[in-house]
Ligand binder design. Structure first.
Ligand SMILES: [Zn+2]
Length: 475
C-alpha cells in the first residue's frame, strides 16, 4: 500500500502545479492552510468513535479546520504537509498528574530503602531545589513528555513559574499548579507561603496560549480547611483549576484527624470535603484510591476531575483505585504518571497498560477497560477532568490542533489490526514520530524542533553530577 500512497501524493502535487496555485481543476478555490497531515489512520476520539482508514487533517492557525477522507486534501494547499503514510494520527495524550522537576532525582533510592520519602525525597529537595534546578529539570521532563506524545500535562510543584517557562519553551500545554502547604518549603519560608506566590504567578501567566496557571493545595492531610477554602475561592475568582492529592494512602483519614481536623467515624474523607464546601468542578484530584460508591456519586455530582495513576500506585504498593467503576459511572477520569521519582517514566502508553492490569487482576475480569476505553481515558478523559473537553482531547473541526502520529511500521506495532490495541498495549513512546501542539510541529520524525539539545545538556550534565554527589551522602 505504501508505494501506491506515495504515488497518489506525488500526483496531487503535480495537479497543483498544472492547475496553478490557488485554483483547483474543479474551479473551487483552493484554501491555503498551515498544516496538512495526509494518508493517516485517524482515531478522532469523537463521540461517534469515528476512525478514518486513509484520512487527512487540515490545520489553520492553531485549530483543526477540516478532517475527513484523504480525498478532501485536494481542496487545500498547505504551507507544510506531513505524509503519515498509514501511521496512526490521534489526539495528543494528557498526563493529569506530575511533579516534573523531580526528574532530576529519578532513579535514586530505588533499592528497597526504608522510608524513601524521609531518606531521599526530603533531603534532596531541601539541599538542592533552586529555581535553576527546577527550570532545567522541567525542560528535561517536558522534552520527554513531548517526545512521548503528551501534549498536555498537569503538574504541581514549587517555583511553578520556572516549570511554566520550560513547558512553554518545549511547546506543550500545561496546567501548572503552585503548591500550598502547612510547612515551610523551598519557595515559601512561612507556612502556606505558596498562596501568595501562587497569586503572583497566576497574574503573570494568565492568558498564555499554552500555560494555564493553577493553585495546588498539596493534600487534605497537609492543608487545613481554612486554606483549602481560600484556595477554592482563588480558583473561582481567577477561573483556574485547583490540583490536590486526595485519598492516596490507606491511613489518610487517621492522618487528617490527628494533624488537621478530626473527621467523624461515620464520615469518609470525600464527605468531610463535601461538608466543608471544598468540592468543585475546578478540582482535579490526584490518586483517589480509597473511596466507596457513595463517595463516587458525590465526586460526580460536583464534576470533580480525577487523575488515575495506576503505575505510581502499584509501584509504591499504596492500593488500587476503583478507576473502572468511576469510568463506568461517567466520572471525569483520565490518566497520570505522578512524579518521576514515583513512576520513572512520564509517558501515558505504559500507564494504559497498568490501568488495565490493576482493574483486571483483582476482579479477574479481562473485559475491564477495552483498548478503546484506555485510549479514551488517555485523551478525552483527561480533557474532561480538566474541563477542557471543548478545546482538546479529540480531533474535531474547531478544536485546538494537538495531534500525534504513531509509527505503525515498527517491529512492535505490527500487525496493526486494531489501532486502539496497538496504542494501548503495543506502542512505546519512541513510536511517536510527530507531536503537534497548538498547530505547531514540536516533534518531527522523532526529534524535538524547539530545543537545542546540546545547549540543554550543557546545563543538565553538571546538574545531575551535583545531584549524584549529594545522593552518595544519603546512602
Ligand atoms: Zn503527586
Amino acid at each position: 500500500m505504501k508505494s501506491i500512497r506515495v504515488k497518489l501524493s506525488s500526483l496531487f502535487i503535480c495537479t497543483l502545479l498544472f492547475t496553478g496555485i490557488g485554483v483547483s481543476n474543479a474551479k473551487t478555490p483552493i484554501k491555503i492552510v498551515d498544516l496538512m497531515i495526509t494518508h493517516a489512520q485517524i482515531l478522532t476520539m469523537n463521540k461517534d468513535k469515528k476512525v478514518y482508514g486513509n484520512g487527512v487533517i487540515i490545520v489553520k492557525d492553531n485549530r483543526i479546520l477540516a478532517i475527513g477522507d484523504n480525498a478532501i486534501a485536494s481542496k487545500y494547499k498547505a504551507k507544510k504537509t506531513i505524509n503519515a503514510d498509514g501511521d496512526i494520527a490521534m489526539p495528543g495524550m494528557i498526563n493529569l498528574h506530575n511533579h516534573i522537576p523531580m526528574v532530576a532525582f529519578r532513579g535514586l533510592g530505588e533499592n528497597g530503602v526504608d522510608n524513601r520519602l524521609f531518606k531521599f525525597f526530603f533531603p534532596l529537595e531541601k539541599k538542592l531545589l533552586t529555581r535553576d534546578l527546577i527550570r532545567i529539570a522541567s525542560r528535561q521532563g517536558a522534552m520527554e513528555l513531548a517526545l512521548s506524545g503528551v501534549t498536555m500535562v498537569a503538574d504541581m510543584y514549587y517555583h511553578e513559574d520556572e516549570v511554566a517557562k520550560s513547558v512553554a519553551e518545549v511547546g506543550i500545554r500545561g496546567v501548572l499548579g503552585e503548591t500550598v502547604m502547612q510547612f515551610p518549603v523551598v519557595d515559601a519560608p512561612e507556612p502556606y507561603g505558596g498562596f501568595a506566590y501562587a497569586k503572583k504567578y497566576i497574574a503573570e501567566w494568565k492568558n498564555h496560549p499554552l500555560i494555564t496557571p493553577a493553585i495546588a493545595p498539596h493534600a487534605t492531610y497537609t492543608v487545613t480547611p481554612e486554606w483549602l477554602l481560600k484556595s477554592k475561592k482563588l480558583a473561582e475568582k481567577e477561573n483556574i483549576p485547583m490540583l490536590v492529592h486526595i485519598t492516596e494512602s490507606a491511613g489518610e483519614k487517621k492522618l487528617i484527624s490527628e494533624r488537621i481536623n478530626p473527621i467523624a467515624d461515620d464520615k469518609s474523607i470525600i464527605e468531610y470535603l463535601e461538608d466543608m464546601g471544598f468540592l468543585s468542578d475546578k478540582l482535579l484530584a490526584a490518586h483517589v484510591i480509597f473511596l466507596n460508591k457513595k463517595d463516587m456519586q458525590i465526586l460526580k455530582k460536583y464534576g470533580v476531575g480525577i487523575s488515575h495513576n495506576p503505575k505510581a500506585n502499584s509501584r509504591a504498593g499504596t492500593g488500587m483505585s476503583p478507576a473502572w467503576e468511576m469510568y463506568k459511572m461517567n466520572l471525569d477520569i483520565g490518566l497520570g504518571t505522578d512524579g518521576p521519582m514515583s513512576s520513572n517514566q512520564m509517558d501515558i502508553f505504559n500507564v494504559m497498560g497498568y490501568a488495565a492490569t490493576v482493574a483486571r487482576l483483582p476482579s479477574k475480569d479481562e473485559s475491564r477497560f477495552t483498548s478503546y476505553e484506555l485510549v479514551d481515558m488517555a485523551t478525552m478523559g483527561g480533557a474532561r477532568a480538566l474541563d477542557m473537553e471543548n478545546e482538546i482531547g479529540s480531533l474535531e473541526v474547531g478544536k485546538k490542533a494537538d495531534i500525534i502520529i504513531v509509527d505503525t511500521d515498527a517491529a512492535n506495532t505490527q500487525p496493526n489490526y486494531d489501532p486502539y490495541a496497538t496504542i494501548a498495549f503495543s506502542a512505546y513512546p519512541q513510536n511517536v514520530t510527530h507531536t503537534i501542539v497548538d498547530g505547531k510541529v514540536i516533534v518531527e520524525n522523532g526529534k524535538l524542533t524547539t530545543i537545542d539539545i546540546k545547549e540543554h545538556n550543557k546545563q543538565w550534565g553538571p546538574l545531575t553530577q551535583k545531584v549524584a554527589e549529594f545522593a552518595k551522602t544519603l546512602e
